[in-house]
Write a protein that binds this ligand. Structure first.
Ligand code: BTN
Length: 255
């Protein structure tokens, strides 16, 4: 059973727990459309049967072993062109939480989290706009906690990386506190540059030689920056100029 928390400012002051549901992002969207929600409301389930991933993929998580939840935000203070900051603070909050257990915890652009070079977290952010402003943002987060077997050879969990098992309700509250702290920083309005710099510091491939799939060929290069709009800037060894990539324009290649 997951309870609301009193030790955050915004995120998790109201927690809606469903023993089972199709997708917490979809439930959060229904709550938003019903019009009655407090910013920071969290929908969490123990058994998500139709979890959605990025680009139409599915997100599978064993029932009762992981954290699968969605946060409803109302970042009306943010300009649309700054929306990548929502991805950045989400990734940084999760990274801070997992980094307290596993030192090698990195953000893989745009907002996956990797522990010891294996994927432990997926994030699906769905924004809806009203004119030039945000109406709301649904931040869906799946964190592999106690699951020990995965179909994907590159997936991992906190348990696999530490050898310990965890109490989900406790981990949920720790994670909410980290996410809340970053959201409060974002809301303060004067932290945008600091957040962007921190994101780069924790970014996989930043100023390091890593492999990419570009135009059908495996090549290598290093990340030089992420633009305000969230594009990845990369200096590939095979290209004379630094290039800028959107989501589907380049792929990471695993070592
Ligand atoms: C990805 O890596 O492809 C993103 C996965 C996002 C999964 C989370 S689990 C909670 C929330 N509800 C969903 O249906 N998806 C997100």
């Amino acid at each position: 059973m997951y309870n609301s928390t009193q030790d955050t400012l915004i995120i998790g002051k109201k927690v809606i727990y469903l023993p089972t549901c199709h997708s917490t992002n979809d439930i959060a969207a229904e709550i938003v459309h019903a019009g009655l929600f407090e910013e920071g409301t969290v929908v969490i389930t123990d058994n998500q049967v139709k979890g959605r991933g990025q680009r139409g993929t599915v997100w599978n998580a064993n029932a009762g072993e992981n954290l699968t939840f969605s946060i409803i935000l109302k970042p009306a203070f943010l300009r649309i062109q700054d929306q990548f900051l929502i991805s950045q603070i989400t990734a940084l909050g999760i990274r801070a939480y997992l980094g307290s257990y596993v030192p090698d915890t990195k953000v893989k652009w745009p907002n996956d989290i990797y522990m010891n070079n294996q994927k432990a977290v997926g994030v699906l952010i769905e924004n809806s706009l009203q004119g030039a402003r945000y109406a709301h943002s649904i931040v869906g987060i799946g964190v592999n906690i106690n699951q020990s077997q995965f179909e994907n050879s590159y997936a991992t969990s906190l348990r696999r990386e530490t050898g310990s098992s965890f109490v989900l309700t406790e981990e949920f509250h720790k994670l909410l506190k980290c996410l809340d702290a970053y959201y409060v920083r974002l809301r303060s309005g004067n932290q945008h540059d600091a957040i962007r710099a921190e994101y780069l510091r924790h970014l996989y491939g930043y100023q390091q030689n890593v492999k990419f799939l570009y135009k059908g060929n495996i090549t290598s290069g290093s990340v030089t920056n992420v633009t305000e709009l969230g594009k990845l800037r990369v200096k590939l060894v095979t290209e004379p100029e630094e290039l800028e990539f959107g989501l589907k324009e380049i792929e990471w290649v695993r070592d």
